[in-house]
Write a protein that binds this ligand. Structure first.
Ligand SMILES: NC(=O)c1ccc[n+]([C@@H]2O[C@H](COP(=O)([O-])OP(=O)(O)OC[C@H]3O[C@@H](n4cnc5c(N)ncnc54)[C@H](O)[C@@H]3O)[C@@H](O)[C@H]2O)c1
Length: 257
């Protein structure tokens, strides 16, 4: 059977661990060549675990000039880039009244402006290439509803959905489809950070935080990576060729539970 993404190339930010790395693995398994771009020092070494064709580039997504260069490098290596996954993100858990303007700006800079810089650059690349493409941003369930200690993070993820809808409308005539995935509580290092920091903030144990969150997920557990990556594959493939401007929630029923 033909693979879903045979012959395609993907550029994934925040791809050195967690959701980005899981999406990279799933795309490689479906026949794509991938470039992971991440601020982590060992991004190149991580990329090597994805196979000989994979490329790893050290990149801070807030740097527009460096992003243009990274995309140029990946496009030279693969011929073109068909799929963009602006996914790099950071979490800051603090009540809004305790948060400094600098902290708020930093979260917006990485999560929202970073995704803008990646999307803008890859949108240009795909338009120039003229063969269409897919842009799949990682927002969050916190992009649909706010929550305690989440003012900056939520603002960045709500903003991303509005931005995604604008890009979707602008790029559809060029055959470029733009969507968001909104994960709930996925089992990554970011969620471990949330358990740790929320436990400190609320004066309870990490186990209590974890149990409290898990009890609100109807399927009964945090999201395993391979249960999430399929949504990115769907949005990257021909299976979704009439889908654009959408935010798909993948949360084990958390929102309705
Ligand atoms: N884990 C969850 O439950 C969850 C839920 C909803 C949304 N998300 C979102 O999914 C995305 C991935 O999160 P994750 O859970 O895999 O977290 P993670 O912390 O495991 O991975 C995030 C990656 O982004 C990279 N990164 C951070 N700042 C960067 C920068 N300036 N430039 C380039 N790379 C940078 C990190 O080095 C890391 O590899 C994030 O946007 C996050 O907000 C996560």
């Amino acid at each position: 059977m033909a693979k879903l993404l045979e012959g395609q190339a993907a550029f994934i930010t925040g791809g050195a661990q967690g959701i980005g790395l899981a999406v990279a693995r799933a795309m490689v398994a479906e026949g794509a060549r991938v470039c992971i771009a991440d601020v982590q020092q060992d991004t190149e070494t991580t990329a090597a675990t994805l196979g000989a064709d994979a490329l790893g580039l050290r990149l801070d997504v807030t740097d527009a000039v460096a992003t243009d260069k990274a995309i140029e490098t990946a496009a030279r290596r693969f011929g073109r880039i068909d799929i963009a996954v602006p996914n790099a993100g950071i979490l800051l858990l603090k009540t809004g009244t305790d948060m400094t303007p600098e902290e708020f700006r930093r979260v917006l800079d990485v999560n929202l402006t970073g995704a803008f810089i990646t999307t803008r650059a890859l949108g240009h690349h795909m338009m120039t290439d003229g063969k269409g493409g897919r842009i799949i941003m990682t927002s969050s369930l916190f992009g649909i509803r706010g929550g305690r200690e989440n003012a900056a993070y939520s603002a960045s993820k709500f903003g991303m959905i509005g931005m995604m809808q604008s890009f979707a409308a602008e790029l559809a005539p060029h055959g470029i489809l733009v969507n968001c995935v909104c994960p709930g509580q996925m089992d990554t290092q970011m969620i471990r950070q949330l358990f740790r920091e929320r436990a400190q903030l609320r004066g309870i144990s990490e186990a209590e935080v974890a149990a409290g969150l898990t009890s609100r997920i109807p399927v009964g557990h945090l999201g395993p990576m391979d249960h999430l990556a399929g949504t990115y594959l769907y949005l990257a493939s021909d299976l979704s060729r009439y889908v654009t401007g959408q935010s798909i929630i993948v949360d084990g029923g958390w929102q309705v539970g």
